[in-house]
Design a protein. Structure first.
Ligand code: SF4
Ligand code: SF4
Length: 452
């Protein structure tokens, strides 16, 4: 370990409860980021972020160049889309998506043999951009939270009236087993990460920033420390490795001992929280006035021949990635994201979207057998209560879900504080799919609320 590293950057902070699933990061943790080839066709859903879908600016048969805006934002909670490769628009039609239903997408035939230079964008002096204009500049990049939620980043830069943000937290915990995208970004692109962090601080008016990671990534702490100045307002800290350390509320508790109240955003306690990949892309895109066209994806698991951390153009179909990296299996072996909070992919034609940082490929040995899927009655062991980081009572919530008492779950048992981390399901010896119950309950309540 180099002389840059100091024990003061190592903080044994954490939150209450949580779990310790096997990390399984060994497949890719040491693999440097590599670029994957361009696929012959890209599929770009107009809705790959939280909020309103983008509006296409191109038509069938139109030629586009790499980096060109091809869809505009539709209002404040929306983002534009940029062409990840030069090519021609083959169609604008319904295509499979990671969100489940078919969604309207721009299908782009990529020019084979094209050097694929980014021809859009101009160099700008980011320091000369007024703080008040940074929000628009970030929206123009099309950035969304790259940690999975895909919430438009510029919306998080809008500080609610009456709130003052004193600290930016950058989330580099990557507590999901298997995934190593953020880990590699912190090691290999630390300068961009810190540059992006400083832009985020200026945009929200924060005086300091803390990049938080877990103590299983001390090489990342060292890499970041090497690009910080003496007495920098940006610092880096390692907290305990524990799931779900990367959730906003858990990170705030571990790093600055602040508790985000139920139903409130981090700004309520003076915090702005962003993901490592998001901050890194801000540091790369804003000085070039460019949009998001690619991202780093961990492709991992025992079912893939060449696991690694790959730069993948947004819109690349999973089928292409698997063909390139060697895979024998079927769609039921695939999880987009990590094993705790990711979702099973139902079609190999599903494209990589901006929010997707991982593709987990299992094989028949990891798939749950029918015997393992067998559910038993609750034995009141309390393991789920001891695991829940939100101090909920998953066992009681599970009982009510079974009786479809969804509204009572929300009103009396704080269902909406559940952020679906899956810790309760993971520890349940009776194999009760608690988190699935809670997802259904929330969805039913949302539908009812929308209809009333
Ligand atoms: S899924 Fe919800 S109820 Fe279960 S442990 Fe996580 S936060 Fe608690
Ligand atoms: S962990 Fe499972 S069996 Fe134990 S109390 Fe919770 S729901 Fe019941």
């Amino acid at each position: 370990m180099s002389e840059h590293f100091s024990i003061q950057h190592f903080l044994r902070g954490t939150f209450h409860q949580g779990i310790h699933p096997p990390e399984n990061k060994h497949f890719t943790a040491e693999k440097p980021i590599e670029r994957l080839a361009f696929p012959p066709q890209l599929v770009l859903p107009l809705s790959q972020h939280a909020g309103k879908a983008s509006v296409a600016l191109v038509r069938k048969g139109q030629e586009v160049v790499r980096g060109e805006p091809i869809a505009r934002a539709d209002g404040f909670v929306s983002v534009p889309l940029h062409a990840p490769a030069s090519g021609v628009v083959k169609d604008i039609c319904l295509m499979p998506s990671a969100r489940g239903p078919m969604v309207e997408s721009i299908v782009l035939d990529v020019y084979a043999g094209d050097p694929q230079e980014v021809l859009y964008g101009t160099e700008v002096d980011v320091d000369a951009i007024q703080s008040s204009d940074l929000m628009q500049a970030v929206q123009d990049t099309g950035l969304v939270g790259l940690g999975g939620a895909a919430f438009p980043t510029h919306v998080k830069l809008s500080v609610p009236e009456g709130c003052v943000i004193d600290t930016v937290l950058i989330n580099g915990c990557e507590c999901e087993p298997f995934l190593t995208t953020d880990h590699r970004l912190m090691i290999e692109q630390a300068a961009d990460l810190v540059a992006g962090t400083r832009i985020l601080m200026r945009a929200v008016g924060a005086k300091r920033a803390i990049i938080g990671t877990e103590d299983n990534k001390l090489d990342a702490v060292e890499a970041i420390q090497a690009v910080l100045k003496k007495d920098d307002v940006v610092s880096v800290k390692a907290v305990q490795t524990k799931y779900p350390q990367g959730a906003e509320k858990m990170l705030a508790k571990a790093l600055v001992n602040r508790e985000i109240p139920s139903g409130k955003f981090p700004s309520a306690v003076g915090l702005g929280v962003f993901n490592v990949a998001t901050a890194t892309q801000i540091g790369q895109l804003l000085p070039q006035k460019q949009g998001v066209i690619e991202r780093v994806v961990t492709v991992t698991g025992p079912g893939i021949e060449r696991p690694g951390n790959y730069i993948v153009p947004v819109g690349t179909p999973i089928r292409f990635i698997l063909e390139k990296l060697g895979f024998q299996g079927s769609a039921r072996h695939l999880i987009m994201g990590g094993p705790m909070m990711g979702g099973t992919v139902s079609s190999l034609d599903t494209p990589i979207t901006k929010g997707c940082g991982g593709l987990l490929i299992l094989n028949e040995h990891q798939l749950t057998t029918e015997e393992q899927m067998k559910r038993y009655p609750c034995i009141n062991c309390g393991a789920c209560v001891d695991a829940c980081p939100m101090m909920l009572n998953p066992c009681e919530l599970g009982r009510m879900a079974h009786k479809a008492q969804y509204e009572v779950m929300a009103e009396r048992y704080h269902l909406n504080d559940c952020f679906e981390c899956g810790s309760c399901s993971y520890v349940c010896p009776a194999a009760i799919p608690l988190v699935q119950y809670f997802r259904v309950a929330k969805s039913v309540n949302r539908t009812k609320a929308a209809a009333s």
